[in-house]
Design a protein around this ligand. Sequence first.
Ligand SMILES: CC(C)(COP(=O)(O)OP(=O)(O)OC[C@H]1O[C@@H](n2cnc3c(N)ncnc32)[C@H](O)[C@@H]1OP(=O)(O)O)[C@@H](O)C(=O)NCCC(=O)NCCS
Length: 193
Amino acid sequence: MPVVTAELFTWPLGDDAVLIPRTVAIAGPYQALLTANHERLASWFPGFDRPPTPEATRADLELRGQGWLAGTELPLAVAVRAEDGLRLAGAVNLLINGPARSGEVGYWLDSAFEGRGLVTRAVTTLLDHAFGPLALDRVELRTVPANTRSQKVAERLGFVREGILREAAAFPGGRQDEVVFGLLAREWQPSAN
Ligand SMILES: CC(C)(COP(=O)(O)OP(=O)(O)OC[C@H]1O[C@@H](n2cnc3c(N)ncnc32)[C@H](O)[C@@H]1OP(=O)(O)O)[C@@H](O)C(=O)NCCC(=O)NCCS
């Protein structure tokens, strides 16, 4: 898996992993990780149907960085500690709707890093930030009905399954329903971090 050099800022996820900013500084390794995963991600994300080009990945990361500066997004990558440095393992994201005081989380992992609680730990950190310093009232998580693994993450974190948005997702092969999960600030127990 792609190695990244030490970043300006890291946030620990236990002893084995950290969150780092998902910016153009990691464009090369992130492109490699996306390319390795795009086929499986295409089943769950409408925008992942074609292999990403380096230019498109860079442009996307630049947009994410602008979103961070504008206060509308917190784009992060999960990296695991290895003997030769940090290895990229996936991404987590918080979209922020300031006026509505609400947010939406998204995430994905390289398959080699599933089953270690990395995303659960990463989203816990995002939720601490969302309901703490950002003072959001509500965070949402959306997934297609067949994505039971993602729904397990939502339920493990205490999200409430609120309903189905009919044909809300536009996949290249046709529209699909989305399951909406919601979590309110008063329902969140901040972690010990
Ligand atoms: C959805 C996805 C991120 C879930 O990955 P995951 O590895 O199951 O989730 P986590 O990293 O939180 O790990 C949880 C697993 O690790 C285990 N685990 C180990 N240590 C753990 C810890 N400290 N905390 C929580 N879980 C832990 C859990 O028991 C669980 O395993 P189980 O499902 O067999 O019970 C991953 O399957 C993926 O990237 N899928 C493709 C993209 C995708 O669907 N994204 C979401 C679109 S909405």
